[in-house]
Design a protein. Sequence first.
Length: 264
Amino acid sequence: MSTKPGDRNNPLAKAARADRNRKIFIQVGVAAVLVGLVAAIGIGLAIRKHDDNKGTTAASSASFAPAVTHDPSTGAIPPNVTPGGAIRIGNPDAKAKIQIVADLQCPACKMFEGYNSDVLAKAVQNGSATIDYNIISFLDRASNGNQYSTRAANAAYVVASADPSKFQAWLGTMFGKQPPENGNGMTDDQLIQIAADAGYTDPQVAQDIRDGKYIQFVKDATKAVFATGLQSTPTVYVNGSQVQDAKTLMSPGGMTSAIENASK
């Protein structure tokens, strides 16, 4: 529709133009949100594949046993990690043995943690489960070259080495403050502050985070995890069997029945 010169000063014409512009802005905003969601899902779930020609991988089998090969001359090895490079939390003799593979930049991992953190913490506290956390690093590309994924994973091993009893609370805060994808991630100072807020006040913790003490180990552990054929994060196993039910993984308290059944 053409606009006559006089229409520019007409209140009704101005209102019509404003309404039309508002609708355009809304449409653009909705489109941007949809694009963002698609990107988040794609980055969170589309994990590096080591053999695109295989239809079935070890990740869909009833076992997950990465074996980390790490040369100590290239960097420190975190104390008390499992042979698979996992941070073990809880009673090692518990009947329910849970394995969780996650990247701290992964949006889907954040969702899993949000839905199940209370259940997992309770299972550790009451002794019904032991949890192996494989905190890996493959999403550095989502932090604008800042290597946030790798530095966050390093921080995970630093704090778990200092005091595993505070690890789950720290992990929940880290996911709660997960930076947006394709941003700059968090700085070392921010990682250090989150650790301090979780009770890790030893100056050595701050120094080890800043120095990237376990970065090479993180890289080697990540390679070992992907070498099993794992394809996505979060990947969760209970007593050796992969949990593939979306409701169990992504609904409030969804892991409750899986842990209870494994504890019998």
